[in-house]
Design a protein. Structure first.
Length: 263
């Protein structure tokens, strides 16, 4: 692992992305719109009261934080992995004195910085208009950082190992689309977990998709008690380790197959 070369790659990628920030600002805005739509839908359903214990103000706090969490955890680079394999771009990476994972991580870091330059001010402006209710404590704030870090790691490596199936299949990208569908349904985008039917709540608690998106929001907004938070972290960590192990397994076997076929 050439960490010095990897860091230089990260800086160069960020400089490239910042030059095209207008495109990425539009992309970030597009990701915001669906969540804002569901915020207004559930706020209308709650009316002047509450739905499953969530008032309009609490729903606003949930969705505004979810907007930022989604953009911090969404792995845009996973969508390019399959093309890089099919087009042979990965051959050049394999010849470089650093792990190819640095190319994905450099784009991840660059993307997050550029997206936040747009998303944080816009979300702050929306907060001034909507006036959300967030009962934040310092304990919740501290727990949020490992929760969001693990959420990114889980979402990135889970999507990365799916994308690496392009070593064997030509349309591995469809699996990424399926992953996004499950995140939409079970990851707190369609609705907060408390508003889902009982069966979907059970699935959300055991499958990895909630821990890629909704769990950090629930931690920061205080929707979980100490026991639920601890269990959530254990499950999130377990799925993250599983995703990383799958990435290593698929990458090792995929590269061997790639070299055997490509010579």
């Amino acid at each position: 692992m050439n960490h010095r070369g990897g860091w230089e790659l990260i800086k160069n990628t960020w400089q490239s992305w910042i030059q095209h920030r207008g495109f990425f600002f539009l992309l970030a805005f597009g990701w915001m719109l669906p969540l804002l739509v569901y915020l207004f839908i559930w706020s209308a359903a709650a009316g002047e009261g509450a739905i499953a214990g969530l008032t309009q103000e609490k729903l606003a706090g949930y969705y505004l934080i979810l907007i930022l969490v989604n953009q911090l955890t969404y792995a845009t680079t996973n969508w390019t992995v399959g093309d890089n394999i099919r087009l042979g771009q990965i051959s050049r990476w394999l010849l470089q004195p650093m792990s190819p994972i640095y190319h994905a991580i450099s784009q991840e870091i660059a993307g997050k910085v550029v997206f936040m330059l747009f998303s944080v001010p816009i979300t702050g402006l929306l907060a001034l208009i909507i006036r959300p209710q967030i009962n934040l404590t310092w304990q919740q704030g501290l727990l949020f950082f490992p929760a969001i870090t693990l959420a990114w790691g889980l979402r990135f490596f889970w999507g990365y190992w799916l994308a690496l199936l392009a070593f064997w299949a030509t349309r591995a990208d469809s699996l990424l689309a399926l992953q996004d569908t499950f995140i939409f349904l079970l990851g707190g985008h369609l609705a907060p977990l408390a508003l889902l039917p009982r069966g979907m709540q059970t699935l959300a608690l055991v499958l990895p998709f909630r821990y890629m998106s909704a769990f950090p929001v629930e931690v920061l907004t205080g929707q979980l008690n100490s026991g639920e938070t601890l269990i959530g972290f254990i499950i999130q960590l377990g799925w993250t380790i599983t995703a990383f192990a799958l990435y290593r397994l698929v990458w090792t076997r995929g590269v061997r197959r790639y070299e055997a076929i490509g010579g």
